[in-house]
Design a protein around this ligand. Sequence first.
Ligand code: RFL
Ligand code: PHB
Length: 389
Amino acid sequence: MRTKVAIIGSGPSGLLLGQLLTNAGIDNVILDRVNKDYILGRVRAGVLEEGMVGMLDRAGAGARMHKEGLPHDGFSLAFDGRDHRLDLFGLTGKRVMVYGQTELTHDLMDKREATGGVTIYDAGNVAPHEFDVASPYVTYEKDGVTHRIDCDFIAGCDGFHGVSRKSVPESALQTFERVYPFGWLGILADVPPVSHELIYANHPRGFALCSMRSETRSRYYIQCALDEKIEDWSDERFFDELRRRLPVEHAERMVTGPSFEKSIAPLRSFVAEPMRFGKLFLVGDAAHIVPPTGAKGLNLAASDVHYLFDGLQEYYSEKSAAGIDAYSSRALKRVWRAVRFSWSMTTLMHRFPDTGEFGQKIQEAELDYLVSSKAASTALAENYVGLPY
Ligand code: RFL
Ligand code: PHB
């Protein structure tokens, strides 16, 4: 088989890139090591920046998001027993969209099917080859047979644990990493959200986040130790702990109910540089990971796709390599700003092993400054709604 762009990974990065290429008449094939249901079973991001919303529209897959997504004009920072609203729209003129990654992935898969895009699921041992020379190709196994796809370019959209980044010689790659000494225990439950906007809570017992997927479905998280076991967390214990970390007016109003998903996610910041090796591009989580505190991971995947798609389109329509040559540096500039923001939100909101009473007071003083200074609130809001691409 031959195609122009072989895309490894059918997560949001791969699907978005694939759809923009298909819409522009540029052939592409997506390969994923798992099947559609498995991908749609992963519960992840929930907050989309306007840039991501625009990218989904550009792909022609935004209709359901505009109908069912919840535009949010602000969120709350809770600390020292009180709640402080950050007016995102008033401070920046922008809002965010609350719409689950699962739904967005579903919409992109439907669009791909409707426009005849090729996706090969359950592809075993996917491997990129010869990407440092003129004629790269990808191999994979399916039903016991090895297949080969020749292509012009390979897009590594296969997430943090994927094969693309691992295929690059170690000497060609510089990595930067911070692993945080805690995780997030998250649940999904069909109960109305405790508040119509998100609440990010700093508490001496640890961070808590009240998010949602709809007006009847809540997504709640609490900071937990990395060695915590899911089995030890009944729904009742989870809600008790969540309530203890929230201002009393929210704790009293919280509706509880059985969860239907419960998982622990570790927190990490990671960047691999550069994001291009000859004909192979790293996109989204394959190149970088941020802790979820700033809600930036999925949104960074969208800006990477924006830069790469522009470069590929320019290559095919104008025979110019300027855009693809600039991909890594353009993408990394925005990546590092988001890495900084996610790290600072994580540092500000969580209890670290050495936080102690002094650290707690410092966090509260910083939060107090953030919510009472217009300059500081604006800087936070500007980063949260997303820096321009
Ligand atoms: P994905 O979604 O990991 O998709 C990669 C795909 O590649 C496939 N794959 C392979 N295919 C073939 N061969 C191989 N060897 C392969 N290895 C892997 C996988 O099966 C998969 O289908 O990466 P992508 O597309 O770059 O998307 C990134 C986002 O998923 C991620 O950044 C976000 O989910 C991060 N994130 C959040 N981001 C936000 O912008 N806002 C949020 O509110 C937000 N909340 C979150 C989050 C991530 C979380 N977790 C669990 C990590 C909340 C959580 C709890
Ligand atoms: C979510 O709804 O899953 C979510 C929202 C905001 C974040 C992280 C996750 O910062």
